[in-house]
Design a protein around this ligand. Structure first.
Ligand code: FAD
Length: 112
């Protein structure tokens, strides 16, 4: 959609959001890859797996929330898939170990 004469993604405030979203998702993928490589190497990935799961879950919700915002009112309604993505992202903070528990696992790894 265009607003004020140009595509929404060309507005600088939106472009900056997209840049942040891209950086965060890339960082999350790298943490997942780090844990995967360590798993392939036969290492204990309790710590790196918890970091990957925590960060990827937090970023998924943050980025999906921004995606809804960028879509405006269309982002909130069920006709667009982006509101579904936000709900799907939320559950990643809850199942397979909640974000609170991942943080506890990570902090224990720092102390050990
Ligand atoms: C759609 C969906 C699919 C699911 N699929 C599966 C599945 O396939 N297999 C499966 O086994 N489970 C599944 N679950 C269950 C899911 O893993 C649990 O919901 C999750 O582990 C959280 O447990 P709980 O809901 O009992 O929350 P609670 O344990 O009641 O936790 C509530 C809140 O308290 C926090 N909390 C709890 N204990 C502590 C603590 N010691 N320190 C700090 N904070 C704490 C939690 O982080 C959370 O924020 C699914 C859940 C949903 C919603």
């Amino acid at each position: 959609r265009k607003a004020f004469g140009k595509e929404i993604f060309k507005h600088q405030a939106i472009a900056v959001k997209l840049a942040d979203m891209y950086v965060k998702t890339t960082a999350a993928k790298l943490l997942v890859m780090k844990a995967a490589v360590e798993k392939d190497e036969g290492k204990d990935i309790a710590h790196s797996g918890a970091m990957a799961k925590l960060y990827a879950s937090e970023v998924a919700l943050e980025v999906a929330n921004e995606a809804v915002q960028i879509h405006g009112g269309n982002g909130y309604v069920a006709e667009y898939h982006v509101e579904r993505m936000m709900r799907d992202a939320k559950i990643t903070q809850i199942y397979e170990g909640t974000s609170e528990i991942q943080r506890i696992v990570i902090s224990r790894g720092l102390i050990a």
